[in-house]
Design a protein around this ligand. Structure first.
Ligand SMILES: N[C@@H](CCC(=O)N[C@@H](CS)C(=O)NCC(=O)O)C(=O)O
Length: 208
């Protein structure tokens, strides 16, 4: 197995942390997003959507989408369970993972429409897309709304999906860090998020 990865991007980070939490070792193949290597014909053979991460399995299948990759790895290596154990827990992990992904999307809406580095590439994928300045402010509203919802959940739950650390926390960790790229400093004003962030980043896998 190999993971196509870029160390600074939030979605590949989710999968690297998941792999580290499982105690697995999967070789990383760097695809440099700053140099737009994801748009090369070679990489588009691997993932026509031109996004990272992508897992190449031992039989040569390419799996994109972080949740799909982690679901595959969880099936092969069920312990420790990071996608929930009981039916209810599994549903809550997917639910909160999907909500946490909205935080990444909201921060991306700001970043990709304001940063000169994303001119002509405001959306991932091979088609050129122009920035829309009005989306910056709308994205900022989304980011605040997102973290307010998260704060409410973490105020009465140890972890995002309930009592146990899960992939939803990994996604939220990536979202929280990524939101800092657009100067959100979400945890500075949200005590439950701060408490949770301190705890999850103390886990050894958080360095992945
Ligand atoms: N839904 C996908 C999102 C993948 C994604 O958007 N990855 C970003 C990096 S965080 C990317 O590859 N961007 C390429 C680009 O901006 O061209 C997932 O869950 O993995």
């Amino acid at each position: 197995m190999r993971l196509f990865d870029y160390n600074r991007a939030p979605n590949p980070r989710r999968v690297r942390v998941f792999i580290a939490e499982k105690g697995l070792e999967i070789p990383l193949i760097k695809v440099d997003l700053m140099r737009m290597q994801q748009l090369s014909p070679e990489f588009r053979q691997i993932n026509p959507g031109a996004t990272l991460p992508v897992l190449e399995t031992d039989d040569g299948t390419y799996i994109s989408e972080s949740l799909a990759i982690c679901h595959y790895l969880e099936t092969l290596h069920p312990e420790p369970a990071l996608l929930g154990s009981s039916p209810i827990e599994k549903a809550k992990v997917i639910m909160w993972n999907n909500i946490a992904e909205q935080g990444i999307d909201a921060a991306a809406e700001v970043l990709r429409n304001v940063s000169p580095g994303f001119r002509g590439h405001a959306l991932p994928g091979p088609a050129p897309t122009e920035q829309i300045p009005a989306l910056v402010q709308r994205g900022e509203v989304r980011v605040i709304q997102f973290f307010d919802r998260i704060e409410q959940q973490l105020a009465s739950n140890a972890y995002l999906a309930g009592d146990n650390f899960s992939f939803a926390d990994i996604t939220l960790m990536a979202a929280t860090e990524f939101a800092d790229w657009v100067e959100t400093h979400a945890y500075a004003t949200r005590p439950a998020l701060q408490r949770w962030y301190t705890e999850v980043t103390a886990r050894p896998a958080a360095n992945a």
